[in-house]
Design a protein. Sequence first.
Length: 320
Amino acid sequence: MPLQTKILKNNPINITKVIQLLNENNLVALPTETVYGLAGNAYSDSAIKKIYSVKKRPFSNPLIIHFKDIKSALNSIILNERAELLAQKFWPGPLTLVAKIKNKLISKIACSKMKTVAVRVPSHNLFNKILNQLDFPLAAPSANLYGKITPTSANDVKDELNGKILAILDGGDSEIGLESTVIDISGSNTSVLRTGSIGNVKLKTLLLTNQRDNKNFPISPGMSKCHYQPHTPLRINAKVAYKGEALLAFGRLPKNFKGPKLSLSKEKCLIETAKNLYKMLRILDKQKSKSIAVQKIPSTGLGLAINERLIKASHKIKNG
Ligand code: TXA
Ligand code: MG
């Protein structure tokens, strides 16, 4: 029999329920400032296996481990100057560091048996409240099925994982709407594995980063070409939307287009666009249009991270 997935409101009884579920190595979808995560005990192989199974994610793609404070996150990795610098500057917040593992309690399955681990200290009150009542950190990938659109509200998690998990803790809409910036500091070179709301310019002022060339093989296991995908094909950098299509506009909505249409930001604000991106893709995906035409978004600042997602969301696998 499928599970009943409940959306739990933020109140003391429900927080206790969430803590109990996590202590019993069950999964709960939790809000973070970036997107919703599918959280489980990072020290428990059984909880971690459930995460992979619910998401249908290959075991070769490791998870991010979330800590309650900077100290416990840094205590779990082999330290270097860059780790300390970035942690002091950006934690708690939307930054994930990939470093060599020190904490032997972290499930090896969560790290895909690699020598490195991805760690982050989120800056969401509710998520941190939960972490503070647990004796273990939480592994939490985005709460979507593997390769699909990331959820940014409790209802969107339900849309994605209904019947597969017991509970979703409602923390309202995600403030940022895009996943954290992932930086690899495990070797002598520092590289950005995934762009996010902490932009490359900000990072470059702190340390020299270089985007790795991943043409031939994915250096980060999550760097596949297809991700964040709606069921409806996506057409990006569209100048116009055609009959039968849905339109995801950047700026004011054209009056002459009669099909389904939404604007990411009428004032062309990139922060608002990031926040609306996944939510609006999910709404337009339900219109059963022949494709979704997305207007061009400038590749500056946050636009870089937005376009990185849109390119992957529109990528089609050749030969099946
Ligand atoms: O904002 C976020 O980061 C959200 C919230 C819930 O914290 N989480 C998230 O997790 O986006 P996920 O699993 O969807 O993405 C994690 C990315 C994947 O691309 C994964 O391959 C990469 O981080 N990653 C994890 N561990 C790694 C490692 N040891 N080396 C390289 N990449 C790693
Ligand atoms: Mg994800």
